[in-house]
Design a protein around this ligand. Sequence first.
Ligand code: ADP
Ligand code: ZN
Ligand code: ZN
Length: 659
Amino acid sequence: MNIFYYDIAVGLPLRQCFTYKSKDVITKGKRVIVPFGSKSIVGIVVKKIAKPKSLKGLKEIISIADEHSCFNGSIFETITWASDYYHHPIGEVFFSFMPTLLRKQNDKIIMDPDNNAEYKLNEEDKKLKLTKEQKINLSKLNKVEKFSPSLIYGVTGSGKTEIYLQLAEKFILQNKSILILVPEINLIPQLEKRFKDRFNGDIGVYHSRQTPNQRLKVWLRSKFGGIRIVIGTRSSVLMPLKNLGAIIIDEEHDQSYKQAEGFKFSGRDLAIKRAQIENIPVFLGSATPSLQTLKLVKEKKFKKFDLLRRVDGKKPPKLIPLDISDSPLLGGIAIQTMSIIEAAINKKEQVLIFLNRRGFAPLYECDNCGWVAKCSSCESNLVFHKSKKRLICHKCESVYGVNKTCPDCQSNEINTLGAGTERVEEVLRSTFKKVPIIRMDYDSTRLKGSIEAIYKKANKSKEAILVGTQMLSKGHDFPKVTLCVILNADGGLLSPEINAIEKISQQLIQVSGRAGRNNNLAKVIIQTRYPNDENLKQIKTGDYRLVSEQCLKTNKSLNMPPYSTVAILRATSPSPESCFKFLDKANNLLNDKKNVSVIGPLPSIPLKIKGNTRNHLIIKSNTRTYLNRVLKYLTNEIQTWPETKKVKWTYDIDPYDMS
Ligand code: ADP
Ligand code: ZN
Ligand code: ZN
């Protein structure tokens, strides 16, 4: 009887595969049940291998879970690429892209749930008559048939969504399927509705707020052709759609495409890789593309398609810095700003107020002795949430009661300082008693259907004020807004972070794109104490091309990404000393390597989370290949170190956040 040997990946943070034997021939990518320690767990077949030299202790695969493979050819290949590129344990990468119900042993197996999907164009949904610009670009985009990344660089309101719809139509009519990625769950309903109106047939959505059963269903129906249009967040990037025709990445610049915890991948970059492996078109849309994408356009690796005009023919809104250095603020709003808001409300217009901070106040402190409420495990300041009557740590989400007296001096002169969206909402409510005030932030959109309710309310009302965090700046269409107010741009303008200017300019220009979609007189007011700031001067032109050119130049001269490649080695430990020593050892190891520069160990921000100290090392190189080689070497070394018993470590490749 023949015996075969296989390398199996398991869903644990282990950087190796395990060898098992079996009497069966099993294709790669299949789920199997294997004995592991005293348990049996789910594993993925990575490859068939030659008979190992030693067969001692070699265990046998208990069973093959499904008839069908979990990861077919190109998806399997994308996963192995990702594990290599991000230097992340392969089993965890496989498991990241499996519906949770398939990660465990249960009665859920991979089988064909229904027949093939049929899609027809809904003739009642009038296709918009394209503008000249839309038409020219669409006809060029329609000619893209193989892998060739296309940047749809369209100012806000230039009608990118209609282009996506008509592009999708082409693939659907060819019996192919299409995957549309968005950076945030809240952007799904609006897009889903546009696709539902346009196509008769099921539109699948996939994101982390669905139940495990919902996710499994969409995944299975995609795999077997029951759904051919899926809209999802980064976790859907490897949706096993049958006969995939193209991938659309909306708002490609958005940093939410990067997963911040665990397997830290970029949904955008992985989508591009998948498209390359499958040799299919990938379309990236944005009004404010990432520097990385713009650099690739310069190098002619990406093609650029410009939409410079808004569909309504109106000029983009003016960005006006408003000097507030001598003004008292009420809930973050200066007196002058308040009268501008009032004028808009009196004209029965809608106003959007942007503030990048949720909760009521970012500080809760004692006026008598200066005590400030801090999280006991992270040491970061607690944010006062008035509606919940709680102090909340925004780093670890720990929740604390609100003390009435100071724990240090027993004074009862405890006060809040600064403003978050809740306070702004409260101040506006007391100023404009009859005007609907609509808040849109993490706290107000967590419940299912809340985003739809926000749209409904905004559409129904005449005058209204929308208050929100960066969530409000992304891709939403609020046609009645004529005035945007940005309350705290200074934080972004003055930030020492490497990509601060890229980030703040994208944010300001995106927010301003929410205004005046139907109106000539749109205005964007930027409250600032630094009206003469050089960067602000550029940003206020509203021309992202100027700002991004400048950012590219700066980063080139500093040899920063996208002109170099960066990895961060992060370490955390209950013992501050072990954490530092571990990184110091890594630093010493890389010291004599040419072509890489290492900075650190540095304290991370925040220094502590849940009682663990955090430090990091920045590793930079001019070439990706070299960085990869160095990280491979480092990984192999680290795995032999006894220090790893006390320290948890991970890599962050192409980090957005270097602190
Ligand atoms: P973008 O995503 O580029 O910011 P959208 O796709 O949201 O812009 O389009 C902005 C608005 O213009 C939407 O309300 C959309 O329905 C409308 N629109 C798009 N294309 C056309 C067109 N050709 N004619 C009329 N209205 C259009
Ligand atoms: Zn005190
Ligand atoms: Zn905390």
